[in-house]
Design a protein around this ligand. Structure first.
Ligand SMILES: O=C(O)CCC(=O)C(=O)O
Ligand SMILES: [Fe+2]
Length: 337
């Protein structure tokens, strides 16, 4: 089996934590565990470093009913990234179409059922699964951790799903893994430029890193990346932003990307689905996961998201997959017949 999180808790082991699925997702079920207290603890650096490691291994971690204020949410994102070793030039991301309100600032994205980034991509979607993404992968220096606190929720609905990029890689056959490891892909978010034009707002520039500048929201990243904290290989293409695999013909690229998007959305056993309560917080690692919202409600749904920038994605050919590194005994890869 994949290693249990208990071995990953380190200095957080005084707090009860439970795995939500085998491959992804850990919950701190007790609302006495408050991130605001962890930030102020005398050993806060140790606690936050262990939390960053836990998130990087488990993909996404949930905290119930948090009193964390927006300034503290930004501090938490900054310190998690710093303690996990992000480059000094990587700050908090300013989203290209950030609301930049005086109360929140340009480094907070309002996740709203009515406007903003969650409503910018108005192309009609045929399937709910078309929303899978890794935050801001169109940036040359994309995200490490995202922190989302939901404060207004519908009675029912509006769950969020995450999927594991480690497990998605591990489940491909060895020859397919090998093919993908040499490849790079174009990520693009032109729809935010269209949205900015429609809304009459400027594109934020620069966006948290000296490399995230200009209005061309395009980047080229490895299809398989090595995670700098865990050392594991992860699949890094997503339905919302990844447009084309550079080294393949357009037809090959279309079919292989379509396969990989289905691989993420149709393997529900590498996903976790979270039902929010008011003031819950999710923190996820965009280098090792994908996520998607669920648009199955009509009431108001609101939250605040802070995204920290990590490193420029890279692939280290000597890195190992999670299953190889942890000597996992279950092998769910499809078998050649
Ligand atoms: O609304 C949600 O459930 C998730 C929105 C999202 O993609 C994000 O906060 O990064
Ligand atoms: Fe997102």
């Amino acid at each position: 089996m994949v290693r249990a999180p208990i071995s990953l808790l380190g200095s957080l082991s005084d707090y009860a934590a439970e795995d939500l699925t085998t491959h992804i997702g850990t919950l701190f079920p007790d609302n006495n565990v408050q991130l605001s207290k962890i930030l102020k603890a005398s050993n806060s650096d140790e606690l936050l470093k262990d939390l960053a490691h836990l998130i990087s291994h488990r993909g996404v971690v949930f905290f119930k009913d948090q009193n964390l204020q927006i300034v503290q949410q930004k501090e938490l994102a900054t310190r998690l990234g710093e303690l996990a070793g992000k480059p000094k030039t990587s700050g908090l991301h300013k989203h290209p179409v950030s609301e930049d309100s005086p109360e929140l600032g340009a480094d907070v994205s309002v996740i709203s059922s009515e406007m903003g980034i969650a409503r910018a991509d108005l192309i009609p979607k045929t399937r709910a699964s078309s929303g899978w993404h890794s935050d801001i992968s169109f940036e040359r220096v994309p995200a490490d951790y995202s922190i989302l606190k939901m404060h207004t929720l519908p009675q029912v609905g509006g769950d969020t799903l995450w999927a594991s990029g480690y497990e998605a890689y591990d489940r491909l056959s060895a020859p397919f893994q090998k093919l993908l490891e040499g490849l790079t892909a174009v990520h693009n978010a032109d729809f935010f430029n269209d949205y900015a034009q429609r809304a009459g707002i400027p594109i934020q520039d620069p966006r948290g890193s000296p490399e995230n500048t200009g209005t061309d929201l395009t980047a080229v990243h490895p299809v398989i990346r090595t995670h700098p904290v865990t050392g594991y290989k992860a699949l890094f293409v997503n339905k919302t932003f990844t447009k084309r695999i550079v080294e393949l013909t357009p037809d090959e690229s279309d079919d292989i990307l379509a396969y990989l998007f289905r691989h993420i959305s149709e393997n529900h056993d590498l996903q976790v689905r979270y039902r929010w309560s008011v003031n819950d917080i999710a923190i996820w690692d965009n280098r090792a996961t994908f996520h998607t919202a669920t648009n199955d409600y009509s009431e108001l749904r609101l939250g605040n998201r802070v995204v920290s920038l990590g490193e420029k994605p890279y692939f280290d050919p000597s890195s190992k997959s999670r299953r190889v590194a942890t000597s996992a005994s279950i092998d769910l890869r499809p078998k050649a017949s």
